[in-house]
Every structure is written in structure tokens, then in C-alpha cells.
Design a binder for this molecule. Structure first.
Ligand code: SAM
Length: 293
């Protein structure tokens, strides 16, 4: 991709056009021009968030992860050596726990930093887990897995076209009667979260040196999508925008979507610990069975 001039200082003046453009609503699911998951600094910050046991950022807090894994092993009746795949496995918080239950685990992620941490952790702790650095949209398995997981509401980050491709690949990768488990936000998660905000940081999540961050939320009502945009400006005037989209779903949307893609929804909960579904839940936990065509 050709990089546009993204400097706030143009011929000793403030580049107002650039600032004005930064306020415009981006295209639906606008991609990032900068790396996000694989940016060395951002991915390190993300890793620290994953590994903090008390934080509900990047991953659920570790107590919730324990509960999810315990519930999933019981609910899915996963026996020793059942083969599972964790998509977007990050540093392997779920893979580690599933492996300790005796399951045959594959974790896939395209953050080098997270995969490298996960591999080292597995080696040090004598866990036999296969970690793969790969974009899960390019995977190509046939009838291999008893269960596939996509956890921490990453399903909603996918555009419709990428989501449909992933559903197709997961369908193919599951054994007959295999189960796909994921979670996703509902509109109730977003109702009070719209932002239009700015701050200056000495060093933080976006950069290891002083920078200014402009944050704003855009809503695409017809498509049920929220997009959080973070415009980061460093002291040299370099401007980078990061777009994080989320397609929110209702229970009805999920039932319809999964049916269209050849799955039968077995259960919908308010989260992946198996909490009963409630009308105003902020999140849905979904378990769907592959329908054999
Ligand atoms: C919010 S984190 C959640 C990580 C993990 N599921 C957890 O809950 O601890 C999302 C992860 O998905 C990975 N990811 C996002 N899109 C991906 C893709 N297309 N292929 C592989 N990994 C992806 C990111 O690198 C990141 O590690």
C-alpha cells in the first residue's frame, strides 16, 4: 500500500486538512494502514495486558479464563486427546489450560510476540502444544478438530466478508459433529461507550515516547457496527490512525447467521462460562455444531 503524507507539520504550518480528514467517518471496517497486532511496541503492551491476571483487557481476567476452560471441558465433554484449535490464541492462556486437561492443542495467532511467548512457556512447562504463527483466514484443515475456539469477542472484529470466509474454513476444519465456540458483543456493550476524547502521554499503550492521542467512536447503524478510531500523533508530527471495528449481534442474528453457514446453534449464553442468556446481556457465548452436508 502507498503511504500518504501523514505529517501534521507541512511547510512550517499545521496541516489542517489532515486534521479535518481525521474527523471524517471512515469507510465501514476501514483497515489500519499501520500494523496493529504485530507492531513491536503495541504487541508488547498487549502481551503485558494478557499476562496481568486481574485485567479484563486483551483477555478476560485469569479467574474467568479458568472458569471458561473448566466449563468448556465439561460442557463439550472433551476427553483426553480430543483435538482442539484456539484461533487468535494470543500468548496461549487457554491452550495452556486445555493442554493441562490432556487435550491435543493447536494455537494459531499472527502476533509474533505472543506466539514466541507461548512457545517458550510451553517448552519451559513441558506442555506439548503446537503453536502456529499464521493468519487464521488462510488456514486449510479438513475434518481435524473436535472443537474450535475464538475467544474474547474477536468474531465481531471481522467484516462480513472475512467472517463468512472464516465460518467456511472452520466448518471444513471441524470433524463431523465438531463444535465451534465463540463470544461476541451485543449492542448493550456499546450503548454507553461512545467516545470523543484526547490525551497526551509520556509513554503508553500506543508509543514508548511522548505522544498525543485523539479518540473517537463512529456508529454504522444500518450495519450494526461501531468503530473506535485512535489517531496517534508523535512529537515529529507523524500521524497514524488505528481503527478497531466491532460488529455487534443479537441472539436472533447469531441463530440466523449460523444456520446460513451450515451450523446448528446448540446453546447461547450470556458469556462463555455458561451463564444463562439474558435479554440485555452485553455479550453472547455461542456453541454451534457443524452440520454435515
Ligand atoms: C483480543 S486478543 C485475544 C487473545 C486470546 N483469544 C485471549 O482471549 O487471550 C486477539 C488475538 O487475535 C489475534 N488475531 C487477530 N486477528 C487474527 C488473524 N486474522 N489471524 C490470527 N490471529 C489473529 C491477535 O494477534 C491477538 O493475539
Amino acid at each position: 500500500m502507498m503511504k500518504r503524507n501523514k505529517n501534521l507539520i507541512l511547510n512550517d504550518n499545521i496541516n489542517m486538512e489532515l486534521l479535518l480528514n481525521s474527523q471524517k467517518k471512515p469507510d465501514l471496517y476501514a483497515a489500519n494502514e499501520e500494523p496493529f497486532w504485530d507492531d513491536p511496541h503495541i504487541s508488547q503492551q498487549m502481551l503485558e495486558a494478557h499476562l496481568n491476571p486481574a485485567w479484563d483487557a486483551a483477555s478476560y481476567n485469569h479467574k474467568t479464563i479458568d472458569q471458561i476452560v473448566e466449563w468448556m471441558v465439561k460442557y463439550l465433554d472433551l476427553k483426553e486427546n480430543a483435538k482442539i484449535l484456539d484461533l487468535g490464541c494470543g500468548p496461549g492462556l487457554y491452550c495452556t489450560r486445555f493442554s493441562r486437561h490432556g487435550l491435543d492443542v493447536v494455537g494459531m495467532d499472527y502476533s509474533r510476540n505472543s506466539i514466541s511467548y507461548a512457545k517458550k512457556y510451553a517448552e519451559t512447562n513441558c506442555l506439548n502444544i503446537q503453536y502456529i504463527y499464521q493468519d487464521y483466514l488462510t488456514m486449510d484443515y479438513s475434518c481435524e478438530f473436535d472443537a474450535i475456539f475464538l475467544i474474547y469477542c474477536d468474531f465481531g472484529a471481522l467484516s462480513d466478508c472475512r467472517r463468512d470466509l472464516l465460518l467456511q474454513k472452520i466448518q471444513k476444519a471441524l470433524k463431523p459433529d465438531g463444535i465451534f465456540v465463540f463470544d461476541v458483543f451485543t449492542r448493550f456493550n456499546w450503548e454507553q461507550q461512545s467516545m470523543r476524547n484526547w490525551y497526551v502521554s509520556e509513554a503508553g499503550f500506543w508509543r514508548p515516547y511522548p505522544h498525543l492521542v485523539l479518540e473517537q467512536t463512529f456508529h454504522y447503524e444500518e450495519e450494526n457496527v461501531f468503530l473506535n478510531q485512535y489517531t496517534v500523533i508523535d512529537s515529529g508530527g507523524e500521524v497514524s490512525a488505528y481503527n478497531l471495528s466491532d460488529h455487534y449481534y443479537s441472539k436472533q442474528d447469531i441463530l440466523q447467521l449460523m444456520k446460513e453457514h451450515g451450523y446448528q446453534v446448540q446453546d447461547v449464553w450470556s458469556n462463555l462460562t455458561g451463564k444463562d442468556y439474558a435479554e440485555n446481556t452485553k455479550c453472547l457465548g455461542v456453541a454451534s455444531k457443524k452440520l454435515v452436508k
